[in-house]
Design a binder for this molecule. Structure first.
Ligand SMILES: *[C@@H]1O[C@H](CO)[C@@H](O)[C@H](O)[C@H]1NC(C)=O
Ligand SMILES: *[C@@H]1O[C@H](CO)[C@@H](O)[C@H](O)[C@H]1NC(C)=O
Ligand SMILES: *[C@@H]1O[C@H](CO)[C@@H](O)[C@H](O)[C@H]1NC(C)=O
Ligand SMILES: *[C@@H]1O[C@H](CO)[C@@H](O)[C@H](O)[C@H]1NC(C)=O
Ligand SMILES: *[C@@H]1O[C@H](CO)[C@@H](O)[C@H](O)[C@H]1NC(C)=O
Ligand SMILES: *[C@@H]1O[C@H](CO)[C@@H](O)[C@H](O)[C@H]1NC(C)=O
Length: 413
């Protein structure tokens, strides 16, 4: 169960799988100014985040006071070895001392109060679904919550599975709260099926645009559902790796990844809308794209983020960010179609972390990957050191939950 037992190749595989095509840090050339509908303090608002005008996406990173305590340490037992950057030789902790300050006029972003989050989540299920960066965020949430549980309180995997598993799912139970915080691996959200070897070997897997993975039946019972995808929707991970799209029982040899992505999001949306529990009482988040920072290169051509230090210096840089632009546009419109006027009881929240994360090239493991990584292995400029940037994503999510009045104790099942 110790996270240290993760076999070394696991993160290598993940990194390979991420095969990010993105170049240099992303910045938004034309920043749309979102008019501030409500402002004020998040806690005062009883409506959904959009109505309250809680737009945390725009703002700046500010140096936090040295007295601000880290939410947890690298010794948190739920961390993948590859995310423990200091243990892996990183010698500066400057990346930990930044605080996100949303643009003036937006809602107050409350500090993450783990005790409060645990109390509000009592008898509930918090479910993360997505790729390995979703796992990164899940581990951050586990560690932030675990740091506030009373000494001696039990946290265990529901089915006794080792944390080193990177397939299927893991469900961590906080015994004192009867709360489970779960992670389901579904890098494309829709189902990816391994096929019997074909005679010509061209087609290896079917990406079923109209179906969800077998474990989706378990996501459906979530009280809080956090979805993410994006890094796998490129030619390298699909057609070039022998993974072809299917709809129904027909292979669709299209190479139009954007169309396929749109179709897959429709599947997710239809599922949420037709699922009584999800549409009635769940809080759904769709997290935006988490930018990588491989300099001008890609992960497999020597891309590097080891020299990226200071979030402030990156603010003025202009570069190509088309990759996540279309992904984010589609995710945000999928979230909009999961809103009240379309039959949900609450609005799904588009958790827009792309801009703030784009400034954080300093937060990746880079060369300080898990022990025994060969010295010529690619840098990891996709995942995040923990404690680190994903803690702020979870803080933002907490801010939205508070502003929406999330409290499982008050939900009538
Ligand atoms: C995400 O937030 C950034 C910063 O506020 C904004 O420029 C961008 O348009 C947002 N993305 C979407 C798809 O709304
Ligand atoms: C910290 O690490 C960097 C590169 O990883 C190295 O260049 C530098 O000398 C180290 N500094 C200290 C104080 O050890
Ligand atoms: C955190 O939340 C708990 C429970 O709601 C509350 O008692 C406590 O005062 C809060 N702590 C801070 C620092 O706001
Ligand atoms: C624990 O939580 C589950 C929901 O996840 C609920 O069905 C069950 O009744 C809870 N148990 C107790 C003892 O409250
Ligand atoms: C194949 O997929 C593309 C993109 O989703 C779609 O436009 C086209 O109609 C599909 N063709 C068939 C035969 O399903
Ligand atoms: C990317 O390339 C441009 C132009 O060649 C260069 O000015 C810049 O320093 C490069 N950035 C990085 C991070 O290597």
């Amino acid at each position: 169960m110790r996270a240290r037992d993760v076999p070394v190749p696991s993160i290598l595989l993940i990194l390979f799988a991420l095969s990010v095509v993105v170049t240099q840090a992303p910045f938004f050339r034309a920043r749309r100014l979102i008019s501030d509908a409500g402002g004020g303090r998040a806690t005062a608002c009883t409506k959904d985040a959009a109505t309250c005008g809680c737009d945390y996406s725009d703002g700046k990173w500010v140096r936090s006071r040295s007295t601000d305590a880290m939410p947890y340490g690298e010794d948190c037992p739920f961390l993948d070895p590859g995310f423990r950057c200091m243990q892996n030789g990183r010698n500066d902790s400057s990346f930990r001392h930044w605080r996100w300050q949303p643009r003036r006029g937006s809602c107050h972003l409350p500090k993450f109060n783990a005790t409060d989050m645990l109390e509000r989540s009592r008898n509930g299920r918090i479910v993360f679904v997505g790729d390995s960066i979703g796992r990164n965020q899940w581990e951050s949430m586990l560690c932030m919550l675990a740091a506030s549980t009373p000494a001696g309180s039990r946290i265990y995997e529901q089915f006794g599975k080792p944390l080193s598993r990177h397939k299927g799912y893991l469900s961590m139970v906080f015994a004192d709260y009867n709360l489970s915080v779960e992670y389901y691996r579904a890098p494309m959200l829709v189902m990816v099926d391994r096929l019997p070897p074909a005679s010509d070997g061209a087609i290896k897997r079917a990406i079923r645009l109209d179906a969800l993975p077998w474990h989706a039946a378990r996501w459906a019972g979530a009280d809080v559902l956090i979805l993410n995808t994006g890094h796998w929707w490129n030619l390298h991970k699909t057609i070039k790796s022998g993974n072809y799209f299917t709809v129904g029982d027909r292979f669709n040899m299209t190479t139009n990844i954007k169309e396929a992505f749109r179709r897959s999001l429709q599947t997710v949306k239809d599922w949420a809308l037709t699922n009584a529990r999800l549409s009635k009482s769940s809080y759904i988040f769709f997290r935006s794209y988490s930018p990588s920072h491989y300099g001008n290169e890609t992960w497999d051509t020597g891309g590097s983020c080891v020299e990226q230090w200071d979030p402030l210096t990156l603010i003025t840089s202009e570069s190509d960010w088309h990759e996540h632009l279309w992904i984010n546009t589609m995710i945000s419109s999928a979230a909009q179609r999961m809103r009240r006027r379309h039959g949900m009881n609450k609005d799904a929240v588009f958790l827009n972390i792309t801009y703030m994360t784009g400034m954080r090239g300093d937060g990746h493991p880079s060369r300080h990957r898990e022990p025994e990584t060969p010295s010529d292995a690619p840098e990891d400029c996709s995942h995040w050191c923990l404690p680190g940037v994903p803690d702020t994503w979870n803080q933002m999510m907490y801010g939205h939950l508070v502003s929406m009045g999330f409290d499982i104790r008050s939900i009538k099942r």
